[in-house]
Design a protein. Structure first.
Length: 409
């Protein structure tokens, strides 16, 4: 995948800085999920409260992605990223020093962590603007593999919480964030191709284009499923299979690593075969995996296998959606990344919260999984209906901008 043409096309230090910033920010964004078992024990939370607790950072991050996307187009991705990282570092330091003493304060902390989740709308445009159309899928797949930060949280947070207490994990998270901040400051560089600033209302003109809404929906399913499961699986494995929180964290980390590191492969496959064709396969596989997951497996290892399959399908879909987005909205990629990322986060909020509600109301997670499987099938059917129109129209739009590179849809 990393051929000479790709390495010569863009700016490797910026691509690395975007990945690291995204990776560490995502680690912090979903921190309440891996810490959820310990927090729930201290504050005596029911399943619905646990589901809402891990969903709040996802929703906050979703809404803030639109803000970050507009800032990217107005002041550039590098400065936007520096501001976001400074806010998260300051907020975590304050939370650690003052302490988190009740459920309401946990929710406030979750809203702060949403700023880290908005990093998506910064890291992807930062990388995208350095690469031509034919390498968009792979470049954004590599930058987007920062999703793996959610696995780092699942892997280390429960272990550290057992040794030092979950409150001190908040303080320890400052260390990798500070390292990423320094690397980003030193290596990240805005691409020469930057759009001219617009009036604030003009940034939302893309919402008048139906294709923008479809891309938002597509990512709401792939990334929504990915981050919703990333936030919930530690609690799920602990609740359903009585696994120790540390072991549940290891299981969750395996699922997240699988879904994260297949993202560049999904982008590369979309570069080669087309994003639409790749996504149609992805949604079918995800629907199968989520449906199987809704039936509680007889052992945690069988459940792990099914959820690994589901997360890999969703992760590949994340890469494929962002092979399509820059081809249709290259000049508006900052705000479009914010909008698409926002709906991805909303999808994650929906899944995480409905899993908790399903458990609270029915005693199982089945309805939560089945509801999201139905969304995947809907996305598949919608995409099958759109593919011929997109393949006919998008190359014409690209040529009208003077872009000689064929669009691969």
């Amino acid at each position: 995948m990393l051929n000479r043409s790709f390495l010569k096309a863009g700016h490797t230090p910026t691509l690395f800085a975007a990945f690291l910033y995204f990776d560490v920010s995502f680690m912090v964004w979903v921190l309440l999920g891996p810490l959820g078992v310990a927090i729930a024990k201290d504050f005596h939370l029911n399943p619905a409260q646990k589901g809402f607790m891990v969903a709040v950072p996802v929703l906050a991050g979703a809404l803030l992605r639109l803000v970050a996307g507009v800032m990217v187009d107005r002041i550039g991705p590098k400065r936007t990223g520096l501001i976001g990282q400074a806010i998260v570092l300051t907020g975590l330091a304050a939370a650690w020093f003052l302490g988190v003493h009740n459920y309401n304060q946990v929710l406030i902390l979750g809203m702060l962590l949403g700023v880290a989740g908005a990093s998506f709308a910064v890291a992807l445009p930062l990388a995208s603007r350095w690469y031509p159309q034919e390498h968009q899928g792979l470049a954004l797949g590599i930058a987007g593999a920062g999703n793996s930060g959610t696995a780092l949280a699942a892997l280390f947070a429960p272990v550290l919480a057992k040794s030092f207490g979950w409150g001190n994990v908040i303080g320890l998270a400052i260390i990798p964030l500070a390292v990423a901040f320094v690397v980003y400051l030193a290596l990240a560089k805005d691409a020469p191709e930057q759009p001219a600033p617009k009036r604030m209302g003009e940034y939302l003109d893309v919402l008048k284009v139906p294709d923008a809404w479809w891309l938002m929906l597509l990512y709401g399913v792939t990334f929504g499923g990915f981050v919703g499961l990333s936030s919930s699986l530690t609690i799920y494995f602990n609740s359903e299979y009585k696994l120790d929180p540390v072991v549940a964290g290891f299981f969750t980390a395996a699922c997240v690593f699988a879904g994260s590191f297949i993202r560049p492969i999904g982008g590369a496959l979309a570069d080669r075969f087309g994003g639409v064709r790749t996504l149609i396969v992805v949604y079918g596989l995800a629907a199968v995996g989520l449906t199987l997951a809704s039936f509680q497996m007889p052992s945690p290892y069988m459940a792990l296998a099914v959820l690994l399959f589901s997360m890999m399908s969703l992760g590949a879909g994340n890469g494929a959606v962002f092979q399509l987005a820059p081809q249709r909205f290259r000049k508006e990629i900052g705000v479009m990344t914010g909008l698409i990322g926002m709906t991805g986060g909303i999808g994650g909020f929906y899944l995480a919260s409905t899993l908790g509600l399903a458990k609270q109301m029915t005693g199982t997670y089945q309805l939560g999984f089945l509801g999201f499987a139905a969304l995947a099938l809907f996305a598949l059917v919608a995409l099958a209906g759109l593919k011929n129109k997109w393949r006919a129209v998008w190359p014409t739009l690209a040529n009208s901008d003077g872009d000689a590179v064929p669009v691969r849809v």
